[in-house]
Design a protein around this ligand. Structure first.
Ligand SMILES: *[C@@H]1O[C@H](CO)[C@@H](O)[C@H](O)[C@H]1NC(C)=O
Ligand SMILES: *[C@@H]1O[C@H](CO)[C@@H](O)[C@H](O)[C@H]1NC(C)=O
Ligand SMILES: *[C@@H]1O[C@H](CO)[C@@H](O)[C@H](O)[C@H]1NC(C)=O
Ligand SMILES: *[C@@H]1O[C@H](CO)[C@@H](O)[C@H](O)[C@H]1NC(C)=O
Ligand SMILES: *[C@@H]1O[C@H](CO)[C@@H](O)[C@H](O)[C@H]1NC(C)=O
Ligand SMILES: *[C@@H]1O[C@H](CO)[C@@H](O)[C@H](O)[C@H]1NC(C)=O
Length: 343
């Protein structure tokens, strides 16, 4: 009797302490649960609530229910690499207040909901590599204060809004390679952001353009700014040299088919400041010419006055007539000279 009671209580205790899902290996010392490579189609039930690391890689998990990890709220690391996740409910990761590393590589994910990672304030590493994502929402996460690594290489991305990168102020590692980056005006903001990022010590594997054809295979960072036209209706800091006269500038490829169009823009920009110096020179010339003409006129007036006075004096001396008369005639002669002088 005593023996069976002891045995059953021992089994109960063992079950209580070491409750570990079937097909998983639980390492109590590190609070990690390894369910990798077990052919699982869904998240195993009965996960120990104190789990810090959950390894679910190399399975065939197709979807995650809402609040999928509610039973393991302490989770720090979650590995879902190499599964069959093609879309994720926005509430899938809710409740993971402490999650620091999330690995979603090698899944067939097509897109991500904008609220998907909003409940993960402590995230440090987010790996979305080797999926099939063609678009990333701008508000993928909230303000990710501590995110240092963000990887999206090996997807189908064409654009990446710099606002998304601005939501991760501490990011130091960015993996962006092997996408289908469309190096048009919309990627200029990203280029400027990346230049600052690298200047400040950030590391990235680069953005290799997938289109347009002229830039295919080129690194976004090596393409000069001057070849980009600002997008219509883009933010004012980028549209400073507003190019409203190019209604087709939505598609930079048009101009980049031949770089000469870009160079034309550059010439236009360089030519714009020129009119100012030219008109200034014009104004200066006008002033100089006016001054010279005035000087000549004044000189002529002076000459005429002197001539008139001398003439008057001579006639007065010769005729011996009254001075008042001669002075009048002298003035008249002077006046005649004035009238004829400008001609
Ligand atoms: C992905 O998981 C499957 C098992 O589901 C495995 O056979 C395959 O080798 C894994 N692939 C990689 C790249 O690890
Ligand atoms: C996730 O699993 C892969 C193996 O599939 C492993 O290489 C990687 O280090 C794991 N990542 C984490 C954070 O555990
Ligand atoms: C995620 O898992 C892959 C292997 O599947 C591994 O190469 C990668 O380093 C992991 N990422 C992180 C952040 O641990
Ligand atoms: C970011 O990390 C610092 C230092 O580890 C920590 O004090 C802070 O609470 C973290 N912020 C968030 C939102 O987790
Ligand atoms: C990736 O998505 C494209 C369409 O965007 C599709 O044609 C292709 O088959 C997908 N590839 C995989 C591996 O799911
Ligand atoms: C492209 O520009 C070059 C000069 O930069 C010019 O010789 C060439 O004809 C142009 N090609 C087309 C298709 O306009």
């Amino acid at each position: 009797m005593k023996g069976t009671l002891l045995l059953s209580s021992a089994i109960f205790l063992l079950q209580g302490v070491c409750s570990c899902p079937e097909k998983c290996f639980c390492h109590t010392s590190s609070n990690s649960v390894d369910c990798s490579h077990q052919g699982l189609a869904e998240i195993p039930p009965n996960l120990p609530p104190e789990t810090l690391t959950l390894l679910l890689q190399d399975n065939q998990i197709r979807q995650l229910p809402v609040f999928a990890f509610q039973s393991v709220p302490q989770l720090r690391t979650l590995n879902l690499s190499n599964n069959s996740l093609s879309n994720l409910a926005p509430e899938a990761f809710y409740g993971l207040q402490h999650l620091q590393v999330l690995n979603l590589t090698q899944n067939p994910l097509l897109s991500l909901e904008s609220r998907l990672f909003h409940a993960l304030p402590k995230l440090r590493e987010l790996d979305l590599s080797s999926n099939n994502i063609s678009h990333l929402p701008t508000s993928l996460g909230e303000f990710w204060e501590n995110l240092t690594m963000f990887a999206v290489q090996g997807n189908q991305l064409q654009h990446l809004d710099r606002a998304l990168l601005e939501s991760m102020p501490r990011v130091k590692l960015l993996f962006l390679k092997d996408n289908n980056w469309k190096c048009n005006c919309h990627l200029l903001g990203l280029k400027l952001w990346l230049e600052k990022f690298i200047y400040e010590g950030g590391i990235t594997d680069g953005i290799i353009c997938g289109s347009p054809d002229t830039w295919k295979g080129k690194d976004l960072l090596t393409i000069p700014h001057e070849l980009y036209q600002p997008c219509p209706h883009s933010s004012p800091d980028l549209a400073s040299s507003s190019q409203d006269q190019h209604p087709g500038s939505e598609e930079v490829p048009k101009s980049s088919e031949n770089h000469s169009l870009g160079q034309q823009d550059l010439l236009e920009c360089e030519a714009k400041p020129k009119p100012r110096p030219a008109s200034l020179r014009h104004a200066v010339a006008t002033v100089v010419i006016t001054g010279v003409v005035c000087g000549i006129v004044c000189l002529m007036m002076l000459t005429a006055a002197i001539y008139g006075c001398t003439y008057a004096a001579i006639t007065a001396q010769c005729n011996g007539g009254p001075l008042s008369q001669t002075s009048d005639s002298g003035k008249k002669g002077g006046k005649e000279l004035f009238d004829s002088s400008p001609a």
